[in-house]
Structures are given as C-alpha cells and as structure tokens.
Design a protein around this ligand. Structure first.
Ligand SMILES: *Cc1c(COP(=O)(O)O)cnc(C)c1O
Length: 358
C-alpha cells in the first residue's frame, strides 16, 4: 500500500517523476546540466505564459523559505521600506526575514486566518508614503486562506508600491495576476508543481533586479547574482541536480495534463470530495470553501479526539495528515490535496476518514 501525503509538501510523486529520478550523474559545470537549467527556467515561465524578455526564473537550491528570503533580501532597495501583511505563520516569517536582514519594515498584523482588508492597506499607504514594497502570502498555508491578491495589487498600483509575493503553496494551482505592480513571486518545486524537495525559485520581473542593494544583504541568497549567472549558462554554487531532473519531469507532466488551470480543477475536485465527507461526519471547517485555496483546508478537530489519535489512525491506513501550527495545534488538522492523488486514493481516504471518525 502506498502512503499518500496530505501534508502541504512534499507531495506524493507521480510515476513519471519517480521514473525520472535520480536522473543521470551530471556535473553541474557541464553543458548537459546548463541545458537542463535553461529548460527548467523556461518551463517555469511557461506555467503562467510569462514573457522571458520581462521575467526571469531564478533557481535556488533550498526549500521555499530560501526563495522567500532571497526575494525579500534582494529586492527591497537600500533606501526602500517594506510593509508586510501577516495573517499566518508565513506572513510572520516574511517579517522575520526583513528583521534579520535589517530591512526597514512595518507589519500589519492580523490574527491567523483573518481576512485582509484592502481598504486598511490603502489607508496604511496613505499614512506611510515612504513604503516602497509590500510583501504578502497568497495562500496562507497555516489556515488554508487564499488572500485576495488582485485587490491588494490594485491598492499597490494606486500607491506606486511594488509587491513581493509568497506563492510557495499556490504557484502552479492558483491564478496569479502578473500585473504591473507585481515584482516577484517566491515558490518551490515540491508543492503544487509536484517535484521533489531541494529546489526553490523566484519568478522576478527583470527590471526589479536593478534596484537590488549594491552591497548584497546575503552571499548565498543573492538573487541578482544567481540570475546573472543563470542567464550566462552558469551557476554560482553546487545545485541540487536531481531536484532539477524531478522538476523538469513534473513540469512536462503538468503541461500534458493541461497546466495550472487543470491542476486547480483537480485539487478543487479532490478537496470537494473530502469536504463532503467531513461535513457529513460533522467536522467543521475553519473557513468557507470560497475563502480557502484549492490546495488545503483546515478543519476543527472533533471533540473528544486528539490530533495524535486521528493522525495515527489515518497513518495506519496509509494517509499522512498535518497538524495545526502553534496555537492551532490542539484544535485543528489540515488536509492538503496536492500531489499525485488518484481517484482510487481519494476513495480509500474517504473510507479511512469514515472509519477514523466514527
Ligand atoms: C511551505 C511554505 C513555505 C516554505 O516552507 P519551506 O519549509 O521552507 O519549504 C513558505 N510559504 C508558504 C505559504 C508555504 O506554504
């Protein structure tokens, strides 16, 4: 029996990705590797039909947080000022990154899961005209909330503020509006794209790289340097070579399956099946379907059941669910329907949930 990962990454891999791995032994200073790097960079831009004349994929070896940190530390100029909107763990992480790198920033803090009010952000910009950049998470994986990025982009446009987006758990499955106020999206290979962990990336507007601090805030996560070398068919440090192989196979498969829109439909279908079952069993969602991403839903633990009991019971049947973070640990569980999950897998999950909850 195969184990199905219902945690928000890494995900259950498809046969196509597994069969491609680990790939040939490649030296990362040989043309075979650089050709693969070029292809992966192009294929990532193609996910959202982005024009390579204006956008670049910058690949980084590391987890999604490496992409967040490279984006924030490299793209807020020396004389810039950042506003971070927090409504979960990952928004708070964006602030922590700004703090560690000594970036001038303000945070607009919402309780975890709370809705961001674009009017409040607009007022904030009016009162703080020195804000140059806004950092926000698209899908707050803490709670499953899909933040309204188009509304925030409209506010940014009015105020002349540039947006830096954490799209780590949404890139490849949710709509992303690459409008003029969006400068960068941080993402990873091992969530909605169905690759393996070890490779993250930033989709960056090329013109935004020009405003990077002259003295980089970090050696290893210096985005303009990675971009420059990758453009020149090179690489600054030893990359996670097999993760490139895995991601390329995953991107090819995704394109064959119809791209990000099909992926969103599939995730919605799967999470709808889970939702029907859980609601029937009396389990209460943390927020409504329309407030949630297609990727993950958060659920209140039924009374009289601990997370550990539910987790262990499902694990015995081959399913790994995910706990709530921080203060949510005792109240919540999360189910992500990312990854290569078949109809048969989801039917087995429904049976396993029925058994675990009754
Ligand atoms: C998973 C995730 C990250 C990155 O987490 P890593 O453990 O570094 O991969 C960042 N932001 C969001 C919204 C995420 O879901």
């Amino acid at each position: 029996m195969r184990t199905i990962l219902l945690n928000p990454g890494p995900v259950t891999l498809s046969d196509a990705v597994c069969n491609a791995l680990p790939g040939p032994d490649l030296c990362h200073r040989e043309p075979e590797f650089f050709d693969m790097q070029d292809r992966v960079r192009e294929k990532l831009l193609a996910v959202y039909d982005l024009d390579p004349a204006h956008w670049a994929t910058v690949l980084l070896s590391g987890s999604g947080t490496a992409a967040m940190e490279a984006m924030i530390s490299s793209l807020v100029p020396e004389d810039g000022k950042l506003l971070v909107i927090e409504n979960g763990v990952y928004g708070e992480r964006l602030s922590r990154i700004a703090e560690i790198h000594g970036i001038d920033f303000e945070a607009l803090n919402y309780a975890w899961g709370e809705k961001i009010d674009p009017d409040i952000v607009a007022d904030f910009f009016t009162q703080h005209t020195d804000i140059s950049h806004l950092a926000v998470v698209q899908h707050e994986t803490t709670t499953g909330r899909l933040n309204d990025i188009p509304a925030l982009l409209a506010v940014c446009k009015k105020a002349g503020v540039r947006m830096l987006l954490d799209g780590v758990s949404s890139f490849g499955a949710e709509a992303i509006d690459y409008t003029e106020s969006l400068d960068a999206v941080a993402a990873t290979a091992n969530k909605c794209l169905h690759g393996i962990p070890g490779l993250a990336f930033v989709i960056v507007r090329r013109s935004a790289l020009e405003y990077a601090p002259e003295l980089p805030r970090t050696l290893y996560l210096n985005l303009p340097r990675y971009c420059e070398l990758q453009d020149q068919h090179s690489v600054p440090f030893t990359p996670a070579v097999p993760a490139y192989t895995g991601l390329e196979a995953a991107l090819d498969e995704m394109a064959e399956q119809g791209g990000w829109r099909s992926r969103r439909n599939r995730y919605r279908q799967l999470s709808g099946i889970v939702e029907n079952k859980l609601v029937k069993m009396g389990v209460v969602p943390l927020m409504t379907t329309t407030e949630s991403s297609c990727v993950l839903r958060a659920w209140r633990l039924p009374s009289g059941m601990t997370y550990q009991q539910l987790h262990d019971n499902l694990k015995e049947n081959g399913f790994i669910i995910y706990a709530g973070q921080g203060g949510f640990a005792a109240e919540m569980f999360r189910i992500s329907t990312m990854g290569d999950i078949s109809d048969d897998d989801i039917n087995r999950l429904i049976q396993a949930l029925e058994q675990a909850l009754s």
